[in-house]
Design a protein around this ligand. Sequence first.
Ligand code: 13P
Length: 243
Amino acid sequence: MANKKIVVGNMKMNLTAPEINKFLKVIEKKKYNNQVVFCPSSLYLPYFIGKGYDVGIQNIAAYENGAYTGEVSASQAKSMHLDYAIIGHSERREYFKETDEVVHQKISLALKENLKVILCIGETEEERDSLKTYKVLKKQVTNALKGFDSKELKKVTIAYEPIWAIGTGRVPSNDEIQDTISFIKEIVKGIASINISVLYGGSVNEKNITTLNQIESIDGYLVGGASTKAEKFMKIIEVVVNQ
Ligand code: 13P
């Protein structure tokens, strides 16, 4: 029986419209069975919607609606039939100064609209070196998820993305990932007594996916760079879906 792991492609601010069309032509050859989530740049979301794919937005506004030039609200995302919203990506936290409070507010708006949330957390290299990883993750998870009940939290998936592993080709060992994921699951059990799904993200590619996929507690992957290359992304999907 097929497993239920998911593969999420966070395409970030990559690809032009012609490149997206080429990408679509390659991926259209397969059915994805709700195990794959495409998160292209917001501009291209309509190309993916209504084709039987699960689709997510890379970010939503921290406000419900109104005069916020350039922003996209949770209700707008829902009204376009999107399935997921990625919230709290480290690039949003770093470059757009998103605090834990903003992340919490965005989760609250997404859940109100019944969007599934992919909450990103992760430590910097400096935090890792000074053995603060668990402390940092606990704070990020607690601040983001406090106050939500177990029914709401069932709509949340956590993506553990060590910041030092994003776009660097460096990946923690399977044992490290396993331990960290178990730790994150324990924190959420402490908050709401539920089994939360946890994805790994950070330099996942078509070469390391078979090794990563041996990690027992993992519920899927958040893929950046490799999700922008259709053939590479399909290889990753094949390994995960057919395990
Ligand atoms: P890379 O796969 O390019 O390291 O990016 C990971 C990421 O940030 C996904 O959200």
